[in-house]
Design a protein around this ligand. Structure first.
Ligand code: SF4
Length: 362
């Protein structure tokens, strides 16, 4: 005899819910999946009516489901939000160009305005060019740092009052593990925050999928037949996160609650008194928030533009870099191919445009 759904006790159960291992029917899965996200949004007061919300859209499963669910909940519960899709084009041929085609289809399918900003226009560098300079070891450091700022700049261009990203519970649990293993106290304390407030002129950010399991996002996208892009980035070595992910998946297979338990452990983490924490200020060159005189993006660009890409990623390289120096070329370095332009702190509008957001991965 067919097993009945453990929630409604009427319909046939067609799936086992990864988060709770309950056997449930499809309509009940949709209901619990969407309702949990709604509760996360309302309990944490993520939005205000009238907010202009930029959805970080990569074309992948997380951001595609986020756009679909947010649009659904906005209409169902009348949040009163103006939703936009915001995509970052890192300039990765054969990957991002294809995934952006998916976002363009999503724009039509969900009837949401779309804005695309590229690394090329913001930094005069594409990831293809950066990989040619730095190889496949530190490429994600460049990409992650530039993406954080690019998302903020795009949000400013849209006049957004809020940015949402598709980080899911697995991503956050992985980040907790990685920060714990690296002993990165400052990030460990921050990485479980569901929202970062809009202080110092920053655009507030939030992660409505903080408690949503990756497997359930995939399941939801599959059953709803959502149009998303599932190919991995061609420059995706990120071995450290890969190990943390594999470890987390092993734990999840034994005990599904491990993911939420790790997040709760991260939330309960408190920094011992006397531990020195970085103080937030602003980059003296571009005006973006930074705990150093130059923000990480300006340091990385400095290295790229001097033809010394390791400058921004190695400790020795950072010591070489005088943070007060302008973008003039190092006389000992090979000539750069072009003068790369980026916002200067002497340009108040550019500085204001980047003075947004917190250090969170997309
Ligand atoms: Fe960028 Fe690395 Fe992600 Fe590729 S895998 S999009 S290079 S951060």
């Amino acid at each position: 005899m067919a097993r009945l759904c453990e929630i409604c006790h009427r319909e046939k159960a067609v799936l086992k819910r990864p988060k709770t291992l309950q056997s449930i029917c499809r309509p009940c899965f949709y209901q619990v999946f969407e309702t949990e996200i709604h509760h996360t949004i309302t309990k944490n007061r993520l939005f205000q009516p009238g907010d202009r919300v930029a959805i970080g859209a990569s074309g992948g499963k997380d951001s595609t489901v986020l756009a679909y669910v947010l649009k659904t909940l906005n209409e169902r519960y009348q949040y009163g939000l103006h939703l936009f899709l915001l995509s970052i084009d890192e300039g990765i041929t054969g990957y991002r160009d294809d995934s952006l085609e998916t976002v363009k289809r999503n724009q039509l399918q969900y009837d949401l305005p779309l804005k695309i900003v590229s690394y090329e226009e913001l930094y005069a560098w594409t990831m293809d060019a950066i990989v040619r300079e730095v190889g496949l070891k530190n490429n994600c450091t460049f990409c992650g740092v530039f993406r954080r700022q690019a998302l903020d700049r795009g949000a400013m261009l849209l006049g957004a009052t809020h940015i949402v990203t598709g980080h899911n519970a697995d991503d956050i649990a992985e980040t907790v593990l990685m920060n714990l293993l690296r002993g990165d106290v400052a990030r460990l304390q921050r990485c479980t925050e569901i929202a970062t407030p809009g202080e110092d002129g920053c655009v507030p950010r939030s992660k409505p999928f903080k408690y949503t399991y990756e497997k359930e996002i995939v399941m939801y996208a599959y059953f709803k037949k959502l149009d998303y892009f599932s190919t991995e980035c061609i420059y995706s070595p990120n071995a450290y996160r890969g190990y943390a992910r594999a470890f987390l998946k092993d734990l999840e297979s034994i005990r599904p609650s491990s993911i939420i338990d790790i997040i709760h452990s991260g939330e309960a983490f408190q920094v011992r008194r006397g531990v020195k924490m970085p103080t937030q200020g602003f980059c003296s060159r571009c005006g973006y928030i930074s705990s150093n005189p130059l923000c990480k993006a300006c340091v990385l660009l400095e290295g790229l533009n001097r033809g010394l890409p390791k400058l921004g990623v190695s400790r020795a390289g950072l010591q070489q870099l005088d943070p007060q120096l302008g973008p003039a070329a190092d006389p000992n370095s090979p000539p750069t191919t072009a003068a790369k332009e980026y916002p200067s702190s002497s340009d108040p509008s550019a500085a204001a445009a980047v003075r947004t957001g917190k250090s969170l991965d997309w």
